[in-house]
Design a protein around this ligand. Structure first.
Ligand code: GLA
Length: 332
């Protein structure tokens, strides 16, 4: 049987480095996609790719996904290790989600591979399995945002995700709110170790003031360690900004949405310290363009892309993206 699975990338409008603390995020699946075609059978998953000349060959009993080569095959190996399928398959990956640009290309690949291998279950179960696959593949202790946005995407909508309950609430994106992605050209470096360090700092702060999702800004200011205080301040204020941004989107208040995005970038830069000079300069330049409501780094930071919300005809030097449906699979 031949399977054809397709999964979108995602852009996060607001709410970064909140998902793994049970916070709020507002991503949307986008109209850039990864498609996996797979003829089922055999004891390995063998995939050629439009983005890498080296073929991925992963035995279905793979035990150490992080050691697999070529590197892009690790995401396939992570999915195989988590799903432990009875049979593998041979096929091809085609994708127009750029790698390393902060648009969750690895999560799109994981979700498409899982569906092509016959995963059955609701979007949340698919997202959890693929989040676990990402952790095993990359060693990054990521949250659920990317995989859930990709599995549960709704055309024309962003998704307000409460990462403590894993509830997903679609929020319509007005037609005149144009979303652009501007690639900084800076490929992410040191993400794995810096990401893990930030997550550990959030856990250390939570040990002092309780779960950050419930913590008040006043109690955060009592944290003596200045680094932990800044990290916690980002998470607590970012959750507030995500809620405000979702309300602003729902009521068509794009000025308020844009203001929350600009504040989010400043918080990621100053308190969470995951921005770069290149991203900061890009955001400064973009918000000066006539018709731009707001701009901020999107995703983990340390390079990657900036997301912009603007009037549709604003001269933003990037790619306009549209909110897309989530991943699908068909058997042919
Ligand atoms: C990466 C992770 C997500 C999330 C973002 C930052 O994309 O995969 O889980 O933590 O960084 O918001």
């Amino acid at each position: 049987m031949q399977m054809r699975a397709t999964a979108p990338g995602r852009v996060n409008l607001i709410g970064d480095h909140t998902d793994y603390t049970g916070g709020l995020v507002l991503p949307m699946a986008i109209d850039l996609r990864t498609t996996v075609t797979l003829e089922l059978g055999g004891h390995e998953v063998r995939l050629t790719s439009s983005i890498d000349h080296e073929t991925a060959v992963v035995p279905i009993d793979v035990t150490d996904p992080g050691a697999v080569t070529p590197a892009w095959a690790r995401y396939i190996a992570g999915v195989v290790a988590v799903l432990a399928p009875d049979e593998g398959g041979a096929g091809h990956v085609a994708s127009d989600v750029p790698a390393g640009a902060g648009l969750a290309s690895s999560a799109a690949l994981e979700v498409a591979v899982a569906l092509a291998l016959g995963f059955e279950g609701p979007p949340l179960a698919l997202a959890r399995a693929c989040r676990d696959a990402e952790r095993r593949a990359s060693g990054v202790p990521c949250g659920i945002m990317d995989q859930l946005a990709i599995a549960a995407g709704v055309e024309g909508h962003a998704l307000l995700i409460d990462c403590s309950t894993e509830d997903v609430t679609p929020v319509a994106v007005p037609a005149h709110a144009a979303v652009f992605v501007v690639d900084s050209g800076q490929r992410r470096v040191l993400t794995a170790s810096a990401y893990a360090a930030r997550r550990a700092e959030c856990e250390a702060a939570a040990a002092l003031v309780g779960p950050l999702r419930a913590a008040h800004e006043r109690s955060v200011e009592t944290i003596a360690d200045p680094v932990l205080r800044r990290r916690a301040r980002h998470v607590v204020t970012e959750n507030r900004r995500v809620a405000a941004a979702a309300a602003a989107l729902a009521t068509d208040d794009l000025a308020a949405l844009g203001a929350a995005m600009v504040e989010s970038h400043a918080s990621l830069r100053d308190d969470f310290e995951v921005s770069t000079d290149v991203l900061d300069t890009l955001v400064d330049d973009l918000v000066r363009i006539s018709g731009v409501y707001g701009a901020r780094l999107t995703g983990a930071g340390f390079g990657g892309s900036v997301v912009v919300v603007a009037e549709p005809d604003a001269p933003v030097p990037g790619r306009r993206v549209h909110a897309a449906a989530g991943a699908t699979v068909t058997a042919v």
